[in-house]
Design a protein around this ligand. Structure first.
Ligand SMILES: Cc1cc2nc3c(=O)[nH]c(=O)nc-3n(C[C@H](O)[C@H](O)[C@H](O)COP(=O)(O)OP(=O)(O)OC[C@H]3O[C@@H](n4cnc5c(N)ncnc54)[C@H](O)[C@@H]3O)c2cc1C
Ligand SMILES: *[C@@H]1O[C@H](CO)[C@@H](O)[C@H](O)[C@H]1NC(C)=O
Ligand SMILES: *[C@@H]1O[C@H](CO)[C@@H](O)[C@H](O)[C@H]1NC(C)=O
Ligand SMILES: *[C@@H]1O[C@H](CO)[C@@H](O)[C@H](O)[C@H]1NC(C)=O
Ligand SMILES: *[C@@H]1O[C@H](CO)[C@@H](O)[C@H](O)[C@H]1NC(C)=O
Ligand SMILES: *[C@@H]1O[C@H](CO)[C@@H](O)[C@H](O)[C@H]1NC(C)=O
Ligand SMILES: *[C@@H]1O[C@H](CO)[C@@H](O)[C@H](O)[C@H]1NC(C)=O
Ligand SMILES: *[C@@H]1O[C@H](CO)[C@@H](O)[C@H](O)[C@H]1NC(C)=O
Ligand SMILES: *[C@@H]1O[C@H](CO)[C@@H](O)[C@H](O)[C@H]1NC(C)=O
Length: 534
């Protein structure tokens, strides 16, 4: 439906974009937004928030998902919450004319706050109002605007079909703008790949303010935004998704084993089978601190699983492939796929599907820091045993390490098919997370140091040259751009960890679509051959 209205809006004034920036005030920027020829019904004045607007803070804070970035001084001069495409075009145009950078925000889950924090004068384009979802059940596709969350997408699918799903993340408030452009995975990854692997078209506003679809943007740019991150290339307005079949009944379980219940040995065995299991079966492991019955500290491994089938089929499969876990029928529950989404998101029994529309995190906000790794050879027991003591340290009270199995569909897709290169050869992916509740720089440093030490310990056991990382678990520790010109070599330090050899193609696409590097942040793709230009 919104498809039609998109293409009737013509970016008439965009020829006037100047290539150098003047240190203008944001008042001039706002004036520019107002005088841009919006050919529309919704007034841009109801979408523009300067720091003087009484709602500025609530709009800014609403999608901040990490308290580490909630109180900092580097806030946007203006927030624009576009109600239609021309509001994005105006912001892209006027920010270049008036010397401001842009940060685009969808769900605000970026681990380093890059969608709403910057050290330069900037404007946030917050897509919260662009969240329309149009399902085409007959053709098994959907158009999703980039401000929609994955929870809203799951909800919309469930309203139309019990046997269609989409492979994406676990936490419902995650935004489709960032999540899909960085990869996007959850419990359907082994069967269907990433969210990015199931995108068939997109609408993007480029740096010149043009609205492009797959055909007009070309295959290079369309390739880049499916795993290379959206922020380097434009503002993604909407995605067209290929929905995937799911059975009307699926099975879930969560089974906990502590060290005293041979957790280490069970994890050792899991590493040998997890990526080779039936494609319908995904078992991931969440590890964290626990206490034994007599009050001693221990480590607990929670085996969390979705099986695209029924208990009767799952039990013999587990007895054959992974008897060490000792799974029994009573551990398992059958439910619809949409209820498995609620289950994995942590909702308890019989919640209404409506909770997926709630954009607030279930367990409230915390200060947090994350990191990631890939594992290509099983971690020996001695490696695991060296990991456990980290959980007994003070800083690890709410820390976790999560192992997510690859294999199946992930092995079939080539490394260069999308910018996301972590395919065949990876047994599993690791996410490390630490969170804390008390404000202050000292608290932050203590916890960040803890996760850095853990990461350093793990070096021996994970992928090397490069030590690979997942873009959606953004980590500025692995390298950043300069605030100005960044050489290819400098950007390669972090770029090759996220993208391996695909980094080269990403820089070529960037050079073509944004040669002056207007769209930039601490880990944006730099254009090539701009030596000497700031
Ligand atoms: C609680 C939590 C749970 C998570 N669970 C999962 C999970 O299960 N699986 C998984 O794969 N990942 C998961 N993630 C990571 C998540 O996929 C990334 O943080 C993702 O980038 C978030 O997208 P967003 O739109 O919410 O974030 P934002 O912070 O809004 O955006 C992230 C990045 O994308 C850019 N961007 C956003 N929208 C657009 C757009 N429309 N056009 C261009 N650029 C854009 C931003 O500028 C920023 O650089 C989780 C993160 C959190 C905090
Ligand atoms: C834009 O304005 C022209 C002329 O007034 C009108 O014909 C056209 O329908 C408008 N388009 C939209 C999307 O409103
Ligand atoms: C913010 O304040 C300006 C100036 O008072 C006003 O023009 C604009 O409409 C306000 N924005 C919103 C969304 O209320
Ligand atoms: C399905 O796709 C075909 C071809 O693109 C199109 O003609 C048809 O209208 C679509 N079906 C629906 C229900 O939109
Ligand atoms: C742990 O393994 C040992 C040795 O294989 C075995 O004797 C013991 O029963 C196991 N403990 C549990 C709780 O499974
Ligand atoms: C619990 O800790 C005490 C003191 O460290 C130790 O003596 C005891 O063996 C531990 N119990 C178990 C079950 O590990
Ligand atoms: C959930 O609903 C089912 C069936 O409606 C019911 O049997 C069960 O007791 C409910 N569970 C809870 C915790 O309310
Ligand atoms: C949304 O979820 C939060 C956190 O669980 C809760 O506090 C809030 O009441 C919910 N809002 C609505 C409208 O249900
Ligand atoms: C933000 O700052 C205020 C005032 O300095 C303080 O009271 C509050 O606790 C801080 N909040 C966070 C999340 O740091």
């Amino acid at each position: 439906m919104f498809l039609k209205t998109y293409f009737t809006i013509v970016p008439i004034v965009l020829l006037f974009v100047s290539t150098f920036s003047i240190a203008d005030t944001h008042e001039n920027f706002v004036q520019c937004l107002y005088s841009y020829p919006h050919n529309t019904s919704s007034s841009i004045s109801s979408a523009v928030y300067t720091q003087a607007n009484s709602s500025y803070s609530s709009i800014l804070d609403f999608s901040i998902q990490n308290l580490r970035f909630s109180n900092i001084s580097s806030k946007p001069l203006v927030i624009v919450t576009p109600l239609e495409v021309s509001h994005i075009q105006a912001t892209v145009f006027c920010s270049q004319r008036h010397g401001m950078q842009i940060r685009t925000r969808s769900g605000g889950h970026d681990y380093e706050g890059l969608s709403y924090v910057a050290e330069v004068p900037f404007v946030v384009i917050d897509l919260i109002n662009l969240r329309e979802i149009n399902m085409d059940v007959e053709n098994r596709t959907a158009w999703v605007q980039a401000g929609a969350t994955i929870g809203e997408l799951y909800y919309s699918i469930s309203q139309k079909s019990k046997t269609l799903g989409f492979p994406a993340g676990v936490c419902p408030p995650v935004g489709t703008g960032g999540h899909f452009s960085g990869g996007g995975y959850g419990f359907l990854m082994r069967k269907y790949g990433l969210s990015a692997d199931n995108i068939v078209d997109a609408h993007i506003i480029d740096v010149n303010g043009n609205l492009l679809d797959r055909e007009t943007m070309g295959e290079d740019l369309f390739w880049a935004i499916r795993g290379g991150g959206g922020a380097s290339f434009g503002v993604i307005v909407a995605w067209k998704l290929k929905l995937v079949p799911v059975p009307s009944t699926v099975t879930v379980f969560r089974v906990e084993r502590i060290l005293e219940q041979n957790a280490t040995e069970i994890i050792e065995k899991w590493q040998l089978v997890a990526n080779k299991l039936d494609e319908d079966l995904t078992i991931r492991i969440n590890m964290g601190r626990a206490t034994t019955q007599n009050g001693n500290l221990t480590v607990q491994a929670q085996f969390e699983s979705l099986y695209l089938g029924r208990i009767d089929q799952l039990i013999p499969l587990m007895q054959k492939s992974f008897p060490e876990l000792g799974l029994v029928r009573e551990d398992c529950s059958e439910m619809s796929w949409i209820d498995s989404i609620l289950y994995m998101a942590g909702f308890t029994d019989n919640q209404s599907t409506d909770v997926l529309l709630n954009r607030t995190q279930l367990n409230g906000l915390s200060f947090n820091k994350g990191k990631s790794d890939y594992v290509r050879d099983p971690i020996p027991n001695v490696g695991l045993e060296g990991l456990w003591p980290f959980f007994f340290e003070d800083e690890a009270q709410s820390a976790f390490v999560q192992f997510t199995p690859y294999g199946a569909r992930m092995d079939e897709i080539s490394e260069s098919e999308t910018p996301f290169p972590h395919r065949s050869g990876n047994i599993f992916h690791i996410q490390y997370g630490v969170s804390w509740r008390d404000a202050g720089e000292e608290e932050a440093q203590r916890h960040i140091n803890w996760i850095r030490r853990l990461y350093s310990y793990m070096e021996t056991y994970v992928s090397k040259s490069p030590r690979a990382a997942y873009l959606n678990y953004r980590d500025l520790d692995i390298g950043v751009n300069s605030n100005g010109y960044t050489s290819y070599n400098q950007a390669s330090i972090w770029g090759r960890k996220y993208f391996k050899n695909n980094f080269n193609r990403l820089t070529r696409v960037k050079t073509k679509v944004d040669p002056l590097n207007f769209l930039r942040n601490e880990q944006s793709i730099p254009p090539l051959m701009l030596k000497g230009r700031k």
